[in-house]
Design a protein around this ligand. Structure first.
Ligand code: SAM
Length: 335
């Protein structure tokens, strides 16, 4: 085994030089070694079980103008939608009946609408007391985080996007500050949410040093969940002409973070499977242990267009789930 991978697995950390080598090396056997070790650690932790989360893309209405994101406020080409409470509850019902036990409500940042979501979250909690309810609604007033927590939500995903303030300012307008995003994460943890953070891999202007800063921040915060996927350009955004991030680099980051945080839930993301037809399987084989099938009603699925070519399953949720399970089983895992 490579001494770098061995050290990372044993000590659950590595110096910057070692991380740089793991991220940049073109030695194929080092990469295979990294993936194999991450896989072994994931299997030791979770068995060969992959956990499913029902992703419900609640709304594409967003007050922000992130330079990379297709649902940014200034994108006039996108029809905007928000699911009604009934649509949300019926997506949950469908997912529950198919055996899923975690609902993930994700959407654009819209504080007033997020606050108005509280009764729906309370209804979800009352209808499915054993379910986990994850929210991913961006930066909200702290009292809204508290209200949603009291209403029954117990997990929150808020990617930090990049841990470098200089890089952050090249991806977001001046009204958005990394410092505030990190304060939100801290507050979410204080309120007792299981929190997730993460970044886009290969976003424009990102350096290996930025990625090492991301790894260090994750190492320091020790989140319960880590969401990371490749950047994929969207033509109707200011960064639409930049190249997509690399699938391989994304996989290396899954593996490095698996070795650092063996217990973290790491989804093999939609962005990765959009970039690479075998991306989802490759993610699992590099240490990811979560897959998030899409339960957004078919009538709106195409409008949650974060990036070009986002893989929105053409088939119904039930059929899509069957295909996903087959895919997972084809590499010797189960749900
Ligand atoms: N509004 C919430 C927030 O700010 O966390 C959640 C929705 S946001 C659209 C979800 C995630 O999509 C972001 O955290 C970002 O990492 C990812 N995303 C947006 N545009 C992307 C792109 N062009 N390529 C890859 N991922 C993208």
């Amino acid at each position: 085994m490579s001494h770098l991978v061995e050290e990372l697995r044993e000590r659950k950390t590595l110096d910057d030089q070692g991380l740089k080598a793991l991220l940049e090396s073109d030695d194929q056997s080092l990469e295979e070694d990294l993936f194999r070790n991450a896989r072994e650690v994931a299997v030791a932790q979770f068995g060969r079980e992959i956990w499913l989360r029902a992703l419900i893309e609640w709304s594409n209405v967003c007050r922000n103008d992130c330079y990379y994101c297709g649902i940014r406020r200034s994108n006039q080409t996108l029809p905007r939608y928000s699911l009604t409470p009934n649509e949300i509850l019926s997506s949950c019902d469908q997912a529950w009946k198919l055996g899923l036990r975690t609902f993930v409500l994700q959407g654009g940042e819209n504080p007033a609408a997020a606050e108005a979501l509280a009764p729906t979250v309370a209804e979800m909690r009352a209808s499915w007391p054993e379910a986990a309810i994850t929210l991913s609604l961006g930066e909200l007033p702290f009292e809204t985080y508290a209200l949603l927590r009291r209403s029954g939500a117990n997990r929150y995903l808020l990617r930090h996007e990049t841990a470098s303030p200089a890089h952050y300012s090249r991806l977001h307008p001046a009204s958005m500050q990394l410092e505030h995003r990190l304060a939100c994460l801290q507050e979410l943890q204080r309120l007792g949410y299981r929190t997730g953070m993460g970044m886009m891999v290969g976003s424009p202007f990102q350096t290996t040093g930025d990625l090492i800063a991301d790894i260090r921040l994750i190492e320091q915060v020790q989140p319960g969940m880590i969401g990371l996927g490749p950047f994929i350009p969207h033509p109707d955004t200011p960064l639409g002409s930049y190249p997509a991030g690399s699938a391989t680099l994304t996989l290396r980051l899954y593996a490095i973070l698996r070795l650092m945080l063996p217990q973290a839930w790491i989804p093999s993301t939609t962005a990765l499977s959009t970039l690479h037809p075998d991306g989802r399987k490759a993610g699992i084989l590099a240490g990811a242990n979560v897959v998030m099938p899409n339960f957004t009603p078919a009538s709106h699925r195409g409008d949650y267009a974060l990036y070009a070519g986002k893989s929105a399953p053409a088939v119904e949720a039930e059929e899509n789930l069957k295909l996903l399970i087959q895919e997972i089983e084809s590499i010797g895992y189960h749900v």
